[in-house]
Design a protein. Structure first.
Length: 830
C-alpha cells in the first residue's frame, strides 16, 4: 500500500469521528479543524500553487522534495521545485510582533521609525486584542473610511484561504473600509478597452490556440513574454499554454517579435526580432497604418461594417489636424526602426493570415491607454478580427489564455460578505463604497481630501489613518519607493498579515504570522479561462511555529467585535466546511449538466474526493476548440453588437470626447511619455524596463535558493547592452549603481546583446533592502526596480501605473559591497 493510500485511510477515519461528534464540541472551529484529519508523516501528497499542481514528498513530517504533478510540455518551470525553501525560510514570521514604539504608545507611535524600529514578540491573544482595540479607536475617531483595506496583491491561490477577500469580509462586518479600483497588471487597458470594444478584453478567453495553429500564417508577439509569464496563473496554472507555445515553435510559421528586449520567448521561438525604443509602439502602429492607408491595403468593408470613427481618426493619421503626417519616416524617427522595416511589417500583416498577440508591458507606461487602442485600430484596418485563428489577443501570455475551455462545475469561493462582493479576480468587483484607483495609493496617503479625475468621474481621497494589508507586497510593487515610504509614515496604524519579513511586513506596526498553502486546507480551479479541472490543496504539513491561517486571524478579530460579528463572519463554518460547500456547488452543477453521461467525468461526493487527493479533470468541448473571439460580432454586428455605445469598435469614442481630458483624447494618439529616449533634455541616460521576473512571481520566491540561479554578484541582475557597457567600463558580474533623482539601487551587471542600446532590463520584485532604513534616499542593496520608477497615472482616464516609463543612470560600483540584510530576521528586542 502506498503512503498516499495510508493517508486516505486515516482521513476517512477522522471524518467518521467528526460526523458523530456532538455539535456542542464543535463550537471551537479551529480545534475542530485540528481533528478533522491528520497530516501524513511520510509519503507523497498533491498540492498546488500559482505555478501549478505539485507533488510533495514528506519525510518525518517535513517537506523534502517538490516536483511538478503533471507534464504538459518540455518547458521546465523551476518555480515548482522550491516549496521547501518557502516553508522553512530563514525569514519566516514565526510569531506575532509589535513595533517597539507602537507598543509603548499607540497614540503617538513614532511612524518615522517604521522599518527601523525593534520588534517585540507578543502573544497571539495580545496581538488580536491590540488590533481590535486600535481598529475600534480609529473607527470612533475618524470613521471606517479612514481604514484602507484595498490590500492589493497576488497572495496564494485557493478558494477558501483567499487573504484579500477574507480581509474584506471582516471589514464589511465592522462597518466597511476604503478599497481600491483596478489593478497593477492592466490598469490602463481594462479601462480603455470597454470604451473601444465593450469588454475588458485583457481577462477574456482567447481565440483557441488550435485554431491559431491551424489558420494563422504569421504570428506577431508584441510586447509579451509568454515563455516566462505563463509560469504562473491567477488560480492554479493548468500549464497548457506551454504546450501551445511549443507547438507554435514547431509549426514553421513566421513569428515576428516586437520588443526592446530579446526576451526568453523570442529566444525560445527563435523569432524575428524588431526592437523599437520603449514606449514608442503607438508611433510604430501609426506609421504602419499610414502605410496601409496610402498603399490602399486596408479593409474598407470591415471599417464600414464593424467600426465607428475611422473618418475622424484619419485626419489625425494624415496630419490634417496637427500638421504632422504619421508617415513611416516620422515613425522611424521616434521608434528608431528603419522606414523600410515599418513598411514591410505593415504589408506582411496585411498580406497574410495574421494573429497579433500582445502582452501588457506596453500599457504599463505613461499614456498606456493608447497602445492597445491603436493596436485594435490597426487590426480593424487589417480586417481579420473575428476570423478563425486571426485578429488580435491580449491574454495569450497570461493564465493559459487560448486553451480550449471545458464544460465544468465551477467551485464556489469565500466572499466579501456584501451582495456585490466577489470572489474571483476580485479587484474587478466592487465590495466597498469608498475606493480610489489602486496605483494612486501613495498619492492618496499623502494628499487626503485631494480630488482626482477618473474615467469620467471625480474621486476624493479620504484621510487614511489605518492600513490593513494581507497577501501583497506594496513596498516592492508600488512605483517610486522613496515617495511610497513617506506615504507609509502617514497613518497611525499599519497591520500586515504575512508569511515572511518582507519589506512591507517590516513597515508595519503589528505583524501577524501566516501559514503557507502547504500548512492548511484549500481547493482551487485549474486554470483561469478554460476551467480544465479542480485540484484539492490538502494540508501537507503541520503549521510552522505560531503561524495562523488568515481565516483564523480574522475570525478571532471578529470575535472581539461581538459574538454576532463572529457568527456572521464564520457562519459557524470551519475551513473544511467551506471547502466542502464550494466543492458541492461545483458538483451539483456537474450533476445538472450530466457530465458523467456526457463525457464520463465523475465528481464524487466531497469526502471521497478529499480522501482520494487527486485532481478532477473536465473534458474540453468542441465549442471550446472552435472558439473564435468576435466571431458572433463578425457574423452579425446587429444581432451580436459589442457593449460599446455604438455597438461597434470605437476608433473614435464620443464618451471619452465628452470627458474633455488633455491626456487622453477621443481617438488613439501618439503622446510623448514623461521620460523616454527621444526627449529633448533627458534627466538620465537609459530607459529602464522592469519586466516580470522569469524565476519569481513578483517578489514571491525571491527568498528561495532559486535566487542563486539568476542573481549576479548576489544582487538582482540588470541587462546592459554590450556597446553601452563598454562605454561605461562595465563587465558581466560587476556591481553597478543604478540611479536617478528618485533613488538608487545596487544591481549585478549582465552584459548582453539581447537588449538594445540605451535600454536596460531589471525585473520587478527584488525585495527592497535599504542600506539605512532611517534615511529615505538610501541605497537599496538588493535591486528593487521601483526605487527608480515614476509614481504618476497613465492619464486621467485610467490612472494606471506607469512602471515601464523610466530613465536611469548607471555606473560601476567601486565601493565595498554592503551585505544584504533583507532575507534575515529584523532587529528583535532582547
Ligand atoms: N516596476 C514594476 N512594478 C510592478 C510591475 C512591473 O511590471 N514593473 N508589475 C505590477 C503588477 S502587474 C503586479 S500584479 C504587482 C504584484 O505585486 P504583489 O502582488 O504585491 O506581489 P507578490 O510578490 O506576489 O506579493 C504577494 C505577497 O503575499 C504574501 N502571501 C502569499 N500567500 C499569502 C497568504 O495566504 N496570506 C497572506 N497574508 N499573505 C500571503 C507573499 O508572501 C507576498 O509577500 O506588482 C506591480 N509592480
Ligand atoms: N514568471 C512570472 N510570470 C508572471 C508574473 C511574474 O511575476 N512572474 N506576473 C504575472 C502578472 S501579475 C502579470 S500582470 C503578467 C504580466 O505580463 P506582461 O505585462 O505582458 O509582462 P511584462 O514582463 O511586464 O512585459 C512583457 C514584455 O513587454 C515588453 N515591453 C515593455 N515595455 C514595452 C514597450 O514599450 N514596447 C514593447 N513593444 N514592449 C515592451 C517587455 O520587454 C517584456 O518583454 O505576468 C504574469 N506572469
Ligand atoms: Mo499583474
Amino acid at each position: 500500500m502506498s503512503n498516499l493510500d495510508l493517508s486516505r485511510r486515516k482521513t476517512l477515519k477522522t471524518f467518521g469521528a467528526l460526523a458523530i461528534m456532538p455539535l456542542i464540541m464543535q463550537t471551537n472551529l479551529f480545534a475542530k479543524s485540528k481533528v478533522s484529519f491528520s497530516v501524513i508523516k511520510d509519503g507523497e501528497i498533491l498540492t498546488a500553487a500559482h505555478w501549478g499542481m505539485l507533488k510533495l514528498t514528506i519525510k518525518d513530517g517535513l517537506i523534502v522534495k517538490s516536483e511538478p504533478y503533471q507534464k504538459t510540455s518540455n518547458i521546465k518551470n523551476p518555480l515548482q521545485l522550491h516549496t521547501q525553501d518557502l516553508v522553512y525560510a530563514k525569514d519566516r514570521i514565526k510569531f506575532p510582533y509589535v513595533r517597539k514604539s507602537y507598543l509603548e504608545n499607540p497614540d503617538s507611535p513614532k511612524p518615522e521609525l517604521r522599518g527601523a524600529d525593534e520588534w517585540v514578540r507578543v502573544s497571539y491573544d495580545e496581538a488580536i486584542k491590540l488590533i481590535a482595540k486600535e481598529l475600534k479607536k480609529t473607527i470612533k475617531i475618524s470613521g471606517n473610511e479612514s481604514i484602507f483595506a484595498g490590500s492589493y496583491g497576488w497572495k496564494s491561490p485557493g478558494n477558501m484561504q483567499n487573504a484579500r477577500i477574507l480581509l474584506h469580509r471582516f471589514m464589511n462586518q465592522i462597518g466597511g473600509f476604503t478599497g481600491s479600483l483596478g489593478d497593477y497588471s492592466t490598469g490602463a487597458s481594462q479601462i480603455i478597452m470597454p470604451h473601444v470594444l465593450g469588454s475588458i478584453e485583457v481577462y477574456e478567453q482567447q481565440t483557441s490556440w488550435p485554431l491559431v495553429l491551424e489558420h494563422a500564417d504569421v504570428v506577431v508577439i508584441w510586447g509579451a513574454n509568454p515563455y516566462s509569464t505563463l509560469k504562473i496563473a491567477w488560480t492554479v496554472s493548468d500549464e497548457n499554454g506551454f504546450k501551445y507555445l511549443e507547438e507554435l515553435k514547431n509549426s514553421g510559421k513566421k513569428i515576428i517579435f516586437i520588443d526592446p528586449i530579446r526576451n526568453e520567448t523570442c529566444k525560445f521561438l527563435d523569432a524575428k526580432w524588431i526592437s523599437p525604443r520603449p514606449n514608442t509602439d503607438v508611433a510604430l502602429m501609426l506609421g504602419m497604418m499610414y502605410e496601409l492607408y496610402t498603399s490602399k491595403k486596408y479593409d474598407q468593408n470591415f471599417l464600414d461594417t464593424y467600426t465607428t470613427g475611422f473618418d475622424k481618426f484619419l485626419p489625425y493619421l494624415l496630419g490634417k489636424t496637427d500638421n504632422v503626417a504619421k508617415t513611416p519616416k516620422w515613425a522611424a524617427k521616434i521608434t528608431k526602426i528603419d522606414e523600410k522595416t515599418i513598411k514591410n511589417l505593415a504589408h506582411t500583416l496585411f498580406d497574410n493570415k495574421t494573429m497579433i498577440m500582445s502582452g501588457w508591458g506596453m500599457q504599463r507606461a505613461h499614456h498606456g491607454e493608447q497602445p492597445h487602442w491603436a493596436l485594435v485600430t490597426l487590426c480593424a484596418m487589417l480586417g481579420q478580427i473575428g476570423l478563425a485563428g486571426r485578429g488580435f489577443g491580449f491574454s495569450y501570455h497570461y493564465s493559459n489564455g487560448g486553451t480550449p475551455s471545458a464544460k465544468a462545475g465551477i467551485l464556489g469561493g469565500i466572499n466579501s460578505g456584501t451582495s456585490n462582493g466577489g470572489t474571483g479576480q476580485s479587484w474587478l468587483q466592487k465590495s466597498t463604497n469608498s475606493a480610489f484607483p489602486v496605483a494612486r495609493i501613495a498619492d492618496a496617503l499623502l494628499n487626503p481630501g485631494k480630488t482626482i479625475d477618473h474615467n469620467g468621474s471625480k474621486i476624493t481621497y479620504p484621510k487614511i489613518d489605518f492600513i490593513y494589508w494581507v497577501g501583497g507586497n506594496p513596498l516592492v510593487h508600488h512605483q517610486d519607493t522613496n515617495t511610497n515610504l513617506k506615504a507609509w509614515r502617514k497613518p497611525r496604524t499599519v497591520v500586515v498579515n504575512e508569511i515572511y519579513w518582507t519589506p512591507t511586513a517590516r513597515m508595519a506596526d503589528i505583524v501577524m504570522p501566516v501559514t503557507t498553502i502547504y500548512e492548511r486546507d484549500d481547493i482551487s480551479m485549474l486554470g483561469d479561462y478554460a476551467n480544465l479541472g479542480i485540484t484539492p490543496m490538502k494540508k501537507a504539513i503541520e503549521k510552522v511555529e505560531e503561524s495562523r491561517n488568515d481565516y483564523e486571524i480574522f475570525s478571532d478579530l471578529a470575535k472581539e467585535f461581538g459574538e454576532d460579528t463572529y457568527k456572521k463572519y464564520t457562519q459557524d463554518k470551519s475551513d473544511l466546511d467551506w471547502i466542502r460547500e464550494f466543492y458541492e456547488s461545483a458538483r451539483s452543477q456537474a450533476i445538472k449538466m450530466d457530465l458523467e453521461n456526457l463525457n464520463g467525468v465523475v465528481m464524487k461526493p466531497f469526502d471521497e474526493f478529499w480522501a482520494e487527493n487527486k485532481p478532477i479533470f473536465f473534458t474540453q468541448t468542441q465549442e471550446g476548440y472552435d472558439f473564435v473571439r468576435y466571431a458572433d460580432f463578425r457574423e452579425d454586428p446587429i444581432l451580436a453588437p459589442l457593449g460599446t455605445p455604438s455597438g461597434l469598435i470605437e476608433i473614435y469614442s464620443e464618451t471619452i470626447e465628452k470627458m474633455n481630458y488633455d491626456d487622453c483624447k477621443a481617438h488613439p494618439m501618439w503622446f510623448e511619455p514623461i521620460e523616454w529616449l527621444g526627449m529633448k533634455e533627458k534627466p538620465a541616460k537609459f530607459h529602464l524596463i522592469s519586466t516580470h521576473p522569469e524565476n519569481r512571481l513578483h517578489s514571491q520566491l525571491n527568498n528561495t535558493a532559486l535566487r542563486n540561479s539568476y542573481s549576479i554578484n548576489n544582487r538582482e541582475p540588470i541587462w546592459i547592452n554590450t556597446k553601452d557597457a563598454k562605454v561605461l567600463g562595465i563587465k558581466t558580474g560587476d556591481l553597478v549603481r543604478v540611479f536617478n533623482k528618485r533613488g538608487q539601487i545596487l544591481a549585478g551587471a549582465l552584459v548582453s546583446d539581447d537588449v538594445i542600446s540605451g535600454v536596460v532590463r531589471l525585473s520587478e520584485g527584488a525585495w527592497y533592502d535599504p542600506f539605512d532604513p532611517l534615511n529615505l534616499n538610501t541605497l537599496d542593496k538588493n535591486g528593487s526596480a521601483n526605487v527608480l520608477t515614476i509614481d504618476m497615472p497613465t492619464s486621467k482616464l485610467a490612472n494606471g501605473n506607469i512602471s515601464h516609463t523610466c530613465l536611469v543612470n548607471i555606473e560601476k560600483f567601486t565601493g565595498k559591497a554592503p551585505e544584504l540584510s533583507i532575507f534575515k530576521e529584523p532587529k528583535m528586542q532582547n
